[in-house]
Design a binder for this molecule. Structure first.
Ligand code: NDP
Ligand code: OXD
Length: 311
């Protein structure tokens, strides 16, 4: 709290432009004292930190911190902090973020479903040949992770007529989605397109690897979860072996993807710069403010992270 008794909220989102966020915060909470790292003022005055991609040990420096609010859905980076204070952490759950992810996943699934990679290859060779594409109902799409984002993508793909199956830790009941919580190998077997929307936890790290990918046959992979879900060294061998035909990768073990990395130039791989769903400040700013107001009123934060589960 500052000297005037105002709640102090520090915006410490590394690699994120603060201006659009401050515009959204100013509109919804002019009564808070907003500060932007590194201009935090007195560290003991900071009540809440709005965070993204913070360095290790960063949060420990605020002795009166009451809670941490993440501008992203994935909190793996926060939880990897080896000196994390024992305060509640809220992840982002936002309609704008969800819509962005649904649009990206739908676009890529339709791209593969309607054989666009084959037509693009034909065009490069000047070939005019019609290819028979099945209708959506004959195409099986598997979604790894049926949470806020995976669940929304799964129901949208089902509404578009695809045969959708989804994999989660606990059983789910989503309209038009065959839910599955057994071994991933069995889940993957019939999938022609696989979308990864898992959180990165010790249980999901490296879940897409030579062994699991070998259960696919000519499938397309869309990884929009985290780079470390995929054992990157196993991807090109899986493409060469025909387990995969194509991949869209939005997330990578090292970001930005290093210059000269083989993924940049492989025509079977589409690289996007961790941009499948950017959290929109216009919708997410008010979501964060409403959550802080709840906490100030003595209620538990919404969208609390379960530290034991890791998401
Ligand atoms: P949620 O926490 O809402 O959902 C996670 C889902 O994964 C749940 O269905 C959960 O199961 C399931 N899950 C977790 N662990 C396992 C496991 N070991 N085995 C099987 N299923 C598991 O997350 P969101 O949907 O909001 O986001 C998912 C991820 O997407 C984020 O963590 C982030 O990494 C990534 N993301 C990427 C973005 C990008 O720009 N590329 C943007 C936003 C998010 P259960 O339901 O049983 O708990
Ligand atoms: C997120 C992300 O987790 O953008 O929200 O990666």
């Amino acid at each position: 709290m500052d000297a005037q008794g105002k709640t102090v909220v520090l915006f410490a989102c590394f690699g994120v432009r603060p201006e659009p966020w401050l515009a959204a915060f100013d509109q919804t909470a002019p009564d808070f004292d907003w500060r932007v790292w590194p201009d935090s003022g007195a560290k003991e005055e900071v009540d809440y930190v709005v965070v993204w991609a913070q360095p290790d040990g960063f949060l420990r420096q605020f002795p009166n911190l009451r809670a941490v609010l993440c501008i992203g859905a994935g909190v793996d980076r926060i939880l990897q902090d080896s000196d994390l204070p024992d305060v509640p952490i809220a992840r982002m759950r936002d309609a704008g973020l969800t819509q962005g992810m649904v649009e990206f996943v739908l676009a890529r699934v339709l791209h593969y479903h309607r054989l666009m990679p084959a037509y693009e290859a034909q065009q490069r060779e000047g070939v005019w040949r019609q290819l028979a594409a099945p209708l959506a109902g004959e195409r099986t799409v598997g979604i790894l992770g049926l949470g806020q984002l995976g669940g929304a993508c799964a129901t949208r793909l089902a509404a578009n007529g695809f045969s959708v199956r989804g994999w989660s830790r606990t059983p789910k009941d989503l309209p038009g989605v065959a839910a599955f919580d057994g071994p991933i190998e069995v889940f993957l077997e019939p999938c022609e397109v696989v979308v990864c929307l898992l959180p990165l936890t010790p249980a999901t790290r490296g879940v897409l690897n030579a062994r699991t990918l070998s259960h696919l046959s000519g499938a397309s992979l869309i990884n929009v979860g985290r780079g470390a879900h995929l054992v990157e060294a196993d991807l090109i061998p899986a493409l060469d072996a025909g387990h995969l035909s194509n991949a869209t990768l939005d997330v990578f073990a090292t970001e930005p993807l290093p210059a000269g990395h083989p993924f940049w130039s492989d025509p079977r791989i589409t690289v996007t710069p961790h941009a499948s769903a950017l959290t929109p400040p216009g919708t997410a700013g008010p979501t964060i403010v409403a959550n802080i107001r709840r906490h100030l009123a003595g209620e538990a934060l919404l969208d609390l992270v379960d530290r034991d589960a890791g998401y």
